[in-house]
Design a protein around this ligand. Structure first.
Ligand code: ABF
Length: 252
């Protein structure tokens, strides 16, 4: 006999289905509403931040923004901004930034972040910690209950010298959290991924919550050979989250 099952609801028309990239763009455009003429802007890195940089350039070209100076957080963003004609500078010339806009890999309920899966955590942290306001833009997939909660990497930038020694010392710090680590490789081949600063990245994975983030940060940074880690603790002023049900803005 043929079993009758109820027909599945028809899928919504393709034009109404928001992709993850649509959500990233929505969050980015919302953040750019905070940009005013004359501002010094921290320009983030990654597929979400890329939309914000495009939007800033569009508004500049339309004459709706004037006298913007951008401080890029990576060589990739530097190249994007140059191609789009955004005037650029650096932290040496502009040590105080009005507003930085950047993506993140994880956002916890206190707006602490994991960043750096894109490899640019050091310059991002230098620029964003020098910003009066730091607006984070994410799609809802980035929300986690605790740092490390996505079970994806928490990156640490290390100097190349004896990197495996640094890896072992990092893993030992978080033995109670079931930590494992690996050297990040280039997408093609077996070579180590090299950051804009000529360093390597160790990706740490945690089985369990690492507890107090400031203690974890201090312990990591006390190790010789470590340059910076991807936990951005207390740096975000607000987080714009785009989801299929709309946009929410989280502030501290
Ligand atoms: C940067 O880009 C990084 O700090 C983070 O690793 C990554 C987020 O990437 P995406 O916006 O492509 O998800 O913000």
């Amino acid at each position: 006999p043929t079993l009758m099952v109820p027909a599945a609801a028809p899928p919504p028309p393709a034009s109404l289905v928001l992709t993850q990239d649509d959500l990233k763009k929505i969050a980015a455009y919302k953040a750019v509403e905070h940009v005013k003429s004359g501002m010094v802007l921290g320009l983030g890195t990654g597929s979400t931040a890329k939309h914000a940089v495009n939007r800033i350039a569009q508004l500049l070209n339309q004459g709706k923004l004037k006298d913007i100076v951008g401080i890029p957080t990576s060589s990739t963003t530097h190249e994007q901004a140059v191609n789009l004609g955004i005037p650029l500078s650096d932290l040496d010339s502009h040590p105080v930034i009005d507003l930085a806009i950047d993506g993140a890999d994880e956002v916890d309920p206190e707006l602490n972040l994991v960043k750096g899966r894109g490899g640019s955590l050091l310059r991002e942290k230098m620029v964003e910690s020098a910003s009066k306001k730091f607006v984070v833009i994410v799609d809802e997939s980035k929300l986690v209950n605790y740092v490390g909660g996505s079970k994806l990497a928490m990156p640490v930038e290390v100097i190349p010298f004896c990197w495996s020694h640094s890896l072992n010392r990092l893993v030992a710090l978080f033995a109670d959290s079931g930590c494992v680590g690996e050297l990040r490789k280039c997408v093609t081949g077996e070579k180590a991924y090299v950051t804009d600063n000529g360093n390597y990245i160790i990706d740490l994975y945690f089985e369990r919550d690492i507890g107090d983030l400031n203690e974890a940060s201090d312990a990591i940074l006390r190790l010789p050979g470590i340059v910076e880690h991807g936990m951005f603790i207390g740096l975000a002023t607000s987080v714009i989250v785009a989801g299929v049900d709309g946009v929410t803005v989280k502030t501290k």
